[in-house]
Design a protein around this ligand. Structure first.
Ligand SMILES: Nc1ncnc2c1ncn2[C@@H]1O[C@H](COP(=O)(O)OP(=O)(O)O)[C@@H](O)[C@H]1O
Ligand SMILES: O=c1ccn([C@@H]2O[C@H](COP(=O)(O)OP(=O)(O)O)[C@@H](O)[C@H]2O)c(=O)[nH]1
Ligand SMILES: [Mg+2]
Length: 223
């Protein structure tokens, strides 16, 4: 990946990855590009950032800020699934039941929705918010879409704060209740943390302390 980022590689060396000394993720965001595009054999290869974190860690909030500051298209896997869930179909009902239980929707459904969203957009840089949520999700994405993310952001937030935020979210979501939140936190720990560890080991992970105000976290993300 650092090879692909070309001249940016020295600026983002290994330090901020895995949350060591903060360096400029802002530079990466500003110049986000996948140098494979220069290869005439690759017709379209957008710059992909996965945005991970527990429920209520602020993924959606920070994605909106990053997207507007740096021209990323923001794709929320949860929003894509909620849109699909609202369809009065067998698939819609399946998604609803799984979300209500705080479990993970089968990878082929989610990856298909993400693929469609990427293909129907002309953007060259994407924030994929709330995906992959399991190793199975990650492998399905890499297999079906055929690329790995360029970057992975992890908003690290204490459970107590996440619960407080989710309960105060007030968007009428079927899964924003204490029973489902408890289940989602367990699923996050059991299935999503291994994905985070995987990208950390690959040197692609930027861990951000997600406590503080929205502005403070946005600043932390970029410094
Ligand atoms: N830094 C913050 N401090 C307090 N509340 C926040 C902060 N960031 C987000 N929120 C609020 O917490 C709730 C969850 O944030 P959201 O971005 O939807 O998280 P996620 O997508 O990770 O579940 C929302 O109501 C949002 O407005
Ligand atoms: O890739 C995904 C993303 C979301 N979900 C489901 O959708 C719910 C809500 O996801 P979202 O990312 O919107 O929740 P957030 O973490 O933002 O609160 C999750 O608990 C899962 O049940 C899923 O199965 N796969
Ligand atoms: Mg969200």
């Amino acid at each position: 990946m650092w090879r692909r980022l070309g001249f940016l590689s020295p600026a983002i060396s290994s330090s901020k990855r895995q949350n060591r000394i903060p360096e400029s993720l802002k530079l990466v965001m500003l110049f986000a590009t996948d140098a494979v595009k220069d290869d005439i054999t690759a017709s379209r290869r957008p710059f992909i950032t996965f945005v991970l974190g527990g429920p209520g860690s602020g993924k959606g909030t920070q994605c909106a800020r990053i997207a507007s500051a740096f021209g990323f298209a923001h794709l929320s896997a949860g929003d894509l699934l909620r849109e699909e869930m609202s369809c009065d179909s067998k698939k819609g009902k399946l998604i609803r039941d799984i979300i209500m239980e705080g479990k993970i929707v089968p990878s082929e459904i989610t990856v298909h929705l993400i693929k469609e969203a990427i293909m129907s957009s002309s953007a060259d840089r994407f924030l994929i918010d709330g995906f992959p949520r399991s190793e199975e999700n990650r492998i399905a994405f890499e297999t079906i879409i055929g690329v790995e993310p360029n970057l992975v952001l992890f908003f690290d937030c204490p459970e107590e704060e996440m619960v407080k935020r989710v309960l105060g979210r007030n968007q009428g979501r079927i899964d924003d209740n204490i029973e489902t939140i408890k289940k989602r936190l367990k699923v996050f720990e059991m299935l999503n943390l291994p994905v985070i560890n995987y990208y950390s080991a690959k040197g692609k992970l930027y861990k951000i302390n997600a406590t503080g105000t929205v502005d403070e976290i946005f600043e932390k993300t970029l410094t």
